[in-house]
Design a protein around this ligand. Sequence first.
Ligand SMILES: CC(C)(COP(=O)(O)OP(=O)(O)OC[C@H]1O[C@@H](n2cnc3c(N)ncnc32)[C@H](O)[C@@H]1OP(=O)(O)O)[C@@H](O)C(=O)NCCC(=O)NCCS
Length: 265
Amino acid sequence: MSKEPQGKELNWKTRVGGQVDGKPVVRGYPLDDLVGRVSFAEAIFLILKGELPSEREKKMMEAMLVACIDNGIGPPSVVAARTVFSGGNPLNAAVGAGVLTLGDSHGGAIEQCARIYQENFPADVVDIRAHAKAVVEEFDKKKKRLPGYGHKLYKRDPRTLRLLELAKEYGYMGRFVEFAVAVQDELEAKSGKNLPLNVDGMIAAVISEMGLSWKNGKGLFIIGRIPGLVAHVVEEWEREKPFRRLEEGTYAYDGTPVRPVPGTR
Ligand SMILES: CC(C)(COP(=O)(O)OP(=O)(O)OC[C@H]1O[C@@H](n2cnc3c(N)ncnc32)[C@H](O)[C@@H]1OP(=O)(O)O)[C@@H](O)C(=O)NCCC(=O)NCCS
């Protein structure tokens, strides 16, 4: 057991990790014993949930992290990271700027969506489709978007489709995934629009199946996307000149027409 320092008030306590007998420990396991024996995805599962994953949890976690790694140069996080680097700032500032863009519309939807699955979908719900319909109606009435649905590029999100295949293979087609798909169907039927369950929504459903709190949702996306952001910043560094700006002709001023400053004419 760890020895608590005598005579000092312990006001910074953690169950995540520490040093015991001069060695680092993560969730009770000696870190040097984990090194070389568990994959990075297993270690991420361990540090977030507190226990090592089973074989199927490990495989699903690997798959979700890979699904998050990149989605091209277009999303706000990559544009921000590359722009901050281009302004002459170091890699950590650029990657940090990319992470700061991750909000309700981009990446952050996992957190909100998993919260809906975990808090607005009681365990005693039997008619999953009827409950999905009620949730869609509630959001529609409040004129709010359902997090985890819709995509700028994809009519059906290829990452979701692949994760659905793997969820079947690894035994994750439980009530949360069933509910997530039912919400997609009800949302599309009600709106008449193409609003697919996107990768954020699918990950939200799977982490709910795994018993991971919704509070881990955005963090999981950040963990998965950081390698992509680093790669984009290094590419910006090696391939582009500093001070990138919008190309002439792709932006316009459409404010008040030019007028004299009072007293100048
Ligand atoms: C991802 C997202 C920004 C893509 O938006 P988009 O394809 O550019 O769609 P638009 O913002 O032009 O919206 C088109 C219409 O669909 C509606 N819509 C889009 N996403 C919706 C959602 N998740 N729930 C309900 N309605 C939605 C909009 O209200 C809009 O309706 P209107 O035409 O009546 O005004 C959008 O779907 C969204 O906000 N989703 C929720 C957040 C999310 O899951 N983000 C993770 C993305 S991987």
